[in-house]
Write a new protein. Structure first.
Length: 445
């Protein structure tokens, strides 16, 4: 029987090879990644193939559970569901603009590895999630280095190219309209001023897999006879990268998005991940899943998935008062908890109890009861030893893994990492010293 190395053994063997010391520097110069301005971890991360694929399977099962919450817990009443999550009337109207349809199974799940298993932090059910441009291209670029390619071959390393999986998913989404569907990634109004380089990198990856792919803003398209057009080019699939907040925040936002919604309703263009995805990407949905008061609505197998994957998570929105038992527990267990606003992502508004004094934490909890937040048990990510290419010193880092999923299943991964315990939130937009890492799996047979 073939014996595959462990994560720890792979890292030790990687660090012993001086030929790999500066290999990640070449990623900065790789043509497919040249538009991205971030920085990279000096080595990739390694994970057992079966472990991450199995976790991906659990994420897909969790997706099915989350998207069933309105029916299971609220008898299909979306108004009660959105009210429970703290979604106001204006946002609820936009989020249910297509009648509350179930979104396609696509997004990025963020998780930590606690040294024993992966634990889910958030399940991003949306098409505006970042990283799909890099998740496959970083390993691809590394494999073009002779020394790394030999190391990978010697140790049975492989990877799943996220770009390939996403391209096939978008192609399938528009296949009923065309054998070669045209896809347009649409940013919010003015969004390309800050994200053009990022989305153009993604465009190049998609074109590399044969998609007729374009990047524009939501105000650049026009609807004619139930179909969207970008100039004279008919659009079969819209990859939505404009957010609810961008539309709400623009004086003409609803008018800008209406042609996209109309074309989807009439069947000439598919809006991939409609606004309804925000019904379930909301962190309050995780609170509903984790809440013991609802366990009788799930089977034993379903509860096993929730318990295996999701840390203890509770919504503060349902607290009756500041004397509520849940609020009291949160106040008294500050160092074990992290607070997250329901509707934001990228670390925005996140407050770690262990990194906050008691008075600030209490104020944060009070605001969380009013605004709608979840509290979650702290998950401490395992140490990821990384050798500094300049000094040779091996230093501990910690990583947040991003697992991509599509209707086809597990669609690859990448990671963001920071020096150990340097930041309570690991993310490119949350902390300036965050590095991005490619992910390789081992043990595939």
């Amino acid at each position: 029987m073939t014996r595959f190395p462990t994560d720890h053994e792979l890292v030790e063997q990687y660090h012993r090879q001086d030929a790999l010391r500066h290999v990640v520097d070449e990623i900065d110069r790789h043509p497919s990644l040249s538009n991205w301005t971030g920085s990279y971890l000096p080595r990739p991360l390694f994970v057992d193939h079966r472990e991450i694929v199995d976790f991906g399977t659990d994420v897909l099962r969790l997706f099915e559970l989350i998207t069933s919450l309105p029916q299971r817990l609220f008898d299909g009443d979306l108004q009660r569901y959105t009210s429970t999550l703290g979604i106001d009337e204006q946002r609820a109207k936009l989020i249910t603009s297509l009648g509350g349809i179930k979104p396609p199974c696509y997004g990025r799940a963020d998780m930590y590895h606690d040294g024993t298993s992966f634990k889910l932090l958030e399940i991003g059910i949306a098409s505006e999630v970042g990283g799909a441009d890099r998740a496959g291209e970083i390993p691809k670029a590394l494999m073009e280095n002779e020394a790394f390619a030999k190391f990978a071959a010697d140790h049975g390393l492989g990877y799943t190219h996220t770009g390939r999986e996403v391209a096939e998913t978008l192609r399938e989404a528009g296949r009923h309209l065309s054998d070669s569907p045209v896809v347009a990634l649409l940013e919010g109004p003015g969004g390309l001023a800050g994200y053009a380089a990022h989305w153009n990198t993604f465009r190049d990856v998609m074109r590399g897999f044969g998609l007729d792919f374009h990047v524009a803003e939501v105000g650049d398209v026009r609807e004619r006879d139930g179909k969207l057009y970008l100039g004279d080019t008919g659009i079969d699939v819209v990859l939505r990268c404009f957010t609810v907040e961008e539309i709400i925040g623009d004086a003409d936002g609803f008018a800008l998005v209406e042609p996209v919604l109309k074309a989807h309703r009439e069947g000439g263009t598919v809006l991939f991940t409609p606004f309804e995805s925000n019904l379930f990407a909301n962190k309050g949905a995780l609170g509903l899943l984790s809440d013991t008061r609802h366990r009788d609505r799930f089977t034993a197998d379903e509860l096993a998935v929730v318990d295996r994957v999701l840390p203890w998570t509770r919504s503060l929105k349902g607290a009756a008062s500041l004397d509520d038992e849940l609020v009291t527990y949160a106040r008294d267990n500050r160092e074990e908890l992290i607070l997250k606003p329901n509707g934001y992502y990228g670390g925005v508004g996140v407050v770690a109890g262990w990194d906050t004094d008691a008075d600030t934490w209490w104020k944060t909890l009070k605001d969380g009861v009013e605004d709608g937040c979840v509290i979650q048990k702290r998950v401490i990510p395992r140490s990821e030893p990384v050798r500094d290419p300049q000094t040779g010193a091996v230093e501990p880092w910690q990583a947040a893994w991003g697992l991509f999923y599509t209707p086809r299943g597990y669609a690859g991964a990448y990671a963001r990492a920071v020096p150990a315990f340097e930041s309570p939130v690991i993310g490119v937009t949350a902390y300036k010293n965050t590095r991005t890492a490619g992910v390789f799996h081992y043990g595939e047979v």
